[in-house]
Design a protein around this ligand. Structure first.
Ligand code: VGL
Ligand code: ZN
Length: 204
């Protein structure tokens, strides 16, 4: 059983949003096109309270994209984004959401960030996604979404640790930092992750 996992396809991560990923908008028609190839589609939403620890504005004398250490973990201080119940945190209005069976929200605890769809950044609290997918017999996860080098990357690392086969749909992800993502791709390939183009997916 294969699942399509849509990571954080939210207006705040699209150009003109509060934490824009370059070319982020290009993934939406691709995702809409590939959905019919999957029997199970699951999405995540980055879903922060206003006073979230990852926002630069909630730290004195810090600016956006500063990197600090909190409880021994490296934390980038982000522009305020994906505030619960705002339009920027909704699933993107152009994303076809009719076939999405479940939505897992993350980053809801004030004191800790959560990049991965599976666990918070301290690996302490699970979202329940592993159990949900295993209960449905999923063994392979196809990854889409934003940002390739942050939430998609950390979701793949956790998915590998949970024993899933991981495949990335190349045109369905975009990175905040393309150089970082390039290095991550080399690492992930060594770990057995496959990267496929949309044509390969549609013709198989
Ligand atoms: C993300 C930074 C902060 C992401 C979420 O979805 O990649 N990046 N929060
Ligand atoms: Zn976030």
């Amino acid at each position: 059983m294969q699942a399509l996992l849509l990571i954080d396809v939210q207006p705040d991560f699209i150009p003109n949003g509060n934490l824009p990923v370059p070319d982020g908008h290009t993934i939406i028609p691709i995702i809409n096109q590939v959905q019919s190839h999957f029997d199970l589609i699951v999405a995540t939403q980055d879903w922060h309270p206003k006073n979230h620890i990852s926002f630069a504005i909630n730290h004195t004398d810090k600016k956006e994209f500063d990197v600090i250490t909190i409880d021994g973990l490296s934390q980038t201080l982000w522009p305020t984004h994906c505030i619960q119940d705002t339009l920027g945190a909704a699933l993107h209005p152009k994303l076809n959401d009719q076939a999405i069976e479940a939505i897992f929200r993350k980053g809801t605890s004030v004191e800790i960030d959560s990049y991965s769809a599976f666990y918070d950044n301290a690996q302490l609290k699970s979202t329940g996604l592993t159990g949900y997918l295993k209960d449905k017999g999923v063994r392979e996860i196809y990854f889409c979404g934003l940002a390739a080098d942050i939430c998609v990357y950390f979701s793949i690392i956790d998915a590998l640790n949970e024993g899933f086969k991981c495949i990335v749909i190349n045109e369905a992800v975009q990175a905040l930092d393309k150089d970082v993502y390039h290095q991550q791709q080399i690492e992930l390939r060594k770990k057995g992750v496959q990267f496929i183009g949309i044509n390969e997916l549609i013709n198989t």
